[in-house]
Ligand binder design. Sequence first.
Ligand code: HEM
Ligand code: HEM
Length: 142
Amino acid sequence: MNFNPRSRTWFRLAALYFAFGVLMGVTMGATGDHSLFAVHAHVNLLGWVSMALFGLIGAMHPSMTEGRIAAAQLWTYNVGVPVMLGALTLRLKGFAAVEPLIAIASVLIGCSVLLFVWLVFSRVGVSAQHPNQVAASPPSIR
Ligand code: HEM
Ligand code: HEM
């Protein structure tokens, strides 16, 4: 599998979210306080699962990780997710005033997902030389 710095960034972030998500899960189990379970669920799903998938898909299709759109996809996601999770935590603790922040961060995450969709449709299975042509498998040398 090919490797590239942006996939490494996604894997590192995914691992950190995984550790944090599981720590939250263990804490919820130990204390019996499940009030932040929605934060735990999204730390694990938007953080660990989705970021590991971005890293894996980028490692399988390195062109997905190159250029300004890929950079914008990474940054919108990594600003949106922590802001959304932080604001959701405050909301669940009773600070209703943060709701607009949750909305803005969610829209940012949505924009990142749309950029991801664009990258998948424009780069996966499309050769660099001929953007409209489906890439043929390279001949095996083994
Ligand atoms: C040691 C690891 C983990 C522990 C101890 C743990 C514990 C918990 C607890 C106590 C809840 C609250 C259940 C409730 O109040 O209804 C919960 C909910 C949840 N957890 Fe975890 N969790 C762990 C790891 C994970 C991971 C790795 C994921 C996803 C990849 C995950 C996804 C979820 C989801 C989606 C919910 C919400 C389920 C619902 O809708 O009721 N958890 N977890
Ligand atoms: C911008 C992104 C997202 C937003 C704003 C969002 C928002 C929400 C909201 C408002 C709920 C209901 C929470 C409740 O009733 O307590 C929810 C539940 C849930 N979402 Fe998301 N979600 C997002 C992305 C995702 C993604 C990408 C996944 C899976 C990969 C996911 C998985 C779930 C699950 C399993 C539940 C049920 C457990 C829970 O209530 O926390 N969500 N989400």
